[in-house]
Ligand binder design. Sequence first.
Ligand code: OSB
Ligand code: MG
Length: 373
Amino acid sequence: MALNIKKIILKRVNMTLKNPFKTSFGTVQDKDFFIIEIHDNTGEIGFGESVAFSSPWYTEETTETTLHVMRDFLIPLLKTNPISHPNDVPEIFKVIRGNNMAKAALETAIWDLYAKQLKLPLYKLIGGTQVNIDAGVSLGIEEDTSQLINKIKHHVNLGVKRVKIKIKKNHDIDVIKKVRSVFPLLPLMVDANSAYSLKDIEHLKKFDDYNLLMIEQPLGHNDISEHAVLQKELKTPLCLDESIYSLEDVKLAHKLGSCQVINLKLGRVGGLTEAIKIHDYCLMHNIDLWCGGMLEAGIGRAHNIALSSLPGFNLPGDTGASRDYWYKDIIIPEITLVNGQIKQSNHFGIGYKINQKHLNHYLIDEIPFKNFK
Ligand code: OSB
Ligand code: MG
């Protein structure tokens, strides 16, 4: 059976986060991105979301490069190559180097479409077993740590299972110390977004005193080998985010001992097919795994929730409720927490409908593609 793609529409949307999100590299408040609609010959629609930001501070991709690569390279490949299973898509996209976020935006939409054609929830199609997933929260840098502590209190009251705080040079130990003094037993971790180098090794060793779950991406955004040097000096587990683009990267990190935990993001690894391969490898090798976030709107969030149902996701991720990010999300129902957990939808595909009224409110452009083989 082929998927019979008839039409693709890229819907460019502008959404403003409730709160600016500050990291060691910069601040995000406005998200300019794409909702991808892939229509089949029966009128069924698969949805995807592009996760790149307007500027290339996290990885090299941006909203504009995503558009360029989807429009000029990836969608033309989909026009001429019939697909019988979503697993075929990375194979078809292989002739285009990199640009994983652009690839994932289309590939995840194809998975949603395929699950809908089979009349299955996406999480069931991929063999997910976790019907309730633990929510975590990632909190940006606050110059005033009492503000951060208030935010942590809010999320702890909502039942989140772990808290991640962003740190940067000269804004780390002091913050961790204050947070720990208020929340001695909280499952707490830090994310440096590559703020340090091996020169900081003595400083980073001090982090071992605060019973952190892990330190996420302390060193270079594309480094795997120096993290192995650092991990040998630290008791606290390291987690890789930015450096992981593929299963090959995970294998290398595992072999070198660069980390004990993987943060998996659909966009960064090019979609669900590669994400499942990484999940299977982590499960087989007892590598701790959780699902990261990219400040997604509802469609991307729903894809993260489905992915997190796989049995190897043994730690709470970054995915939380819609209302913690947006005044109004673009899906129905919005994503909510119950006792710090998110329940899988049993509707077909990603399990959420588009809120057309809200989507139209945010819509700034619509680019259609027709004439598929
Ligand atoms: O490093 O994990 C990161 C947000 C944007 C870019 C990179 C990161 C993050 C987050 C927040 O930490 C994730 C989320 O809440 O969606
Ligand atoms: Mg990170």
